[in-house]
Design a protein around this ligand. Structure first.
Ligand SMILES: [Zn+2]
Ligand SMILES: [Zn+2]
Length: 267
């Protein structure tokens, strides 16, 4: 058994492979269940704004499930950037039969985390705004999973800013984790950082340990693949980390309902 709960297809502006090709690769990689989580971004500065069509997605999704569904469980998901900032659009989408919705922060106002956020303001200010936005997502009631809590390390590291020290932001991070727990969300372990310069999961051991100590038990694991080669990448490493910290299960979703799978089933 192996699962990957975060990946993008050509329904995302930065996806490089079709839904069918991503699913075929998942089967080749020995995955048993995936969630396809294409971008829905509402920030007018995002190049993909207005691109996602649930109608087009589900048309293709149904074809692929018909063709490959006996070999791979394929869940229909979304990764929504700042969902609390355009609640009406997000609520309308809930009419479609999505299985899982990830909420992520990609923008602070006009500043992309991946673009000029860390050029536009001091690190401290940027991270306070970022964590505050995550807090609002966790409290919004719009999503099931909080995505890549500290993936901004990808972009601070290439700017010669000091390495991210979670302890310096312990209080606001714990506020986010508390909101995740109290609102019944799962926290994502995004393994993309392991194949990138930070070399760690987003979030890594310290924050995951805080979450566990605070009573957080719901976690998903996803590669955030945008290319075929990244489907399923480092998922076993992410699960190994969870096991070391003391987690006993990972979360999967069907029609927005969480189900836990014991981690030992992935041995
Ligand atoms: Zn993201
Ligand atoms: Zn993503």
């Amino acid at each position: 058994m192996l699962i990957d709960y975060h990946m993008h297809t050509t329904h995302s502006v930065d996806g490089h492979a079709t839904l069918r090709d991503m699913c075929e690769r998942a089967i080749d990689e020995g995955l048993t269940e995936i969630a396809v989580t294409d971008h829905l971004d509402g920030n007018p500065c995002d190049p993909g704004v207005g691109m996602f069509s649930a109608e087009r997605f589900f048309e293709e999704y149904r074809e692929v499930v018909d063709a490959l569904g006996d070999r791979l469980t394929i869940r229909a998901g979304l990764e929504i950037g700042e969902p609390h900032e355009y609640r009406d659009t997000v609520e309308e989408l809930a009419a479609w039969p999505f299985d899982v919705v990830i909420g992520s922060v990609h923008y602070i106002g006009p500043h992309g985390v991946h673009e000029d956020l860390f050029d536009a303001m001091p690190l401290e200010t940027a991270l306070e705004a970022y964590l505050d936005s995550q807090l609002q997502i966790a409290r919004s009631g719009l999503v099931d999973v909080l995505g890549h809590l500290d993936y901004f390390q990808r972009y601070t590291l290439i700017r010669d800013l000091p390495p991210f020290d979670p302890e310096r932001f312990e209080n606001p991070i714990r506020d986010v984790l508390r909101a995740v727990i109290e609102n019944g969300l799962a926290l994502e372990v995004n393994t993309s950082g392991l194949r990138q310069k930070p070399g760690v999961c987003f979030p890594d051991r310290m924050i995951l340990s805080w979450y566990h100590d605070m009573g957080g038990r719901a976690v998903t694991v996803g590669s955030d693949a945008h290319y075929l080669d990244h489907v399923g990448a480092n998922i076993r490493d992410g699960m190994g980390l969870l096991r070391e910290i003391g987690f006993e299960s990972v979360a999967v979703y069907r029609r927005r309902r969480l189900k836990r799978i014991p981690l030992r089933k992935f041995d």
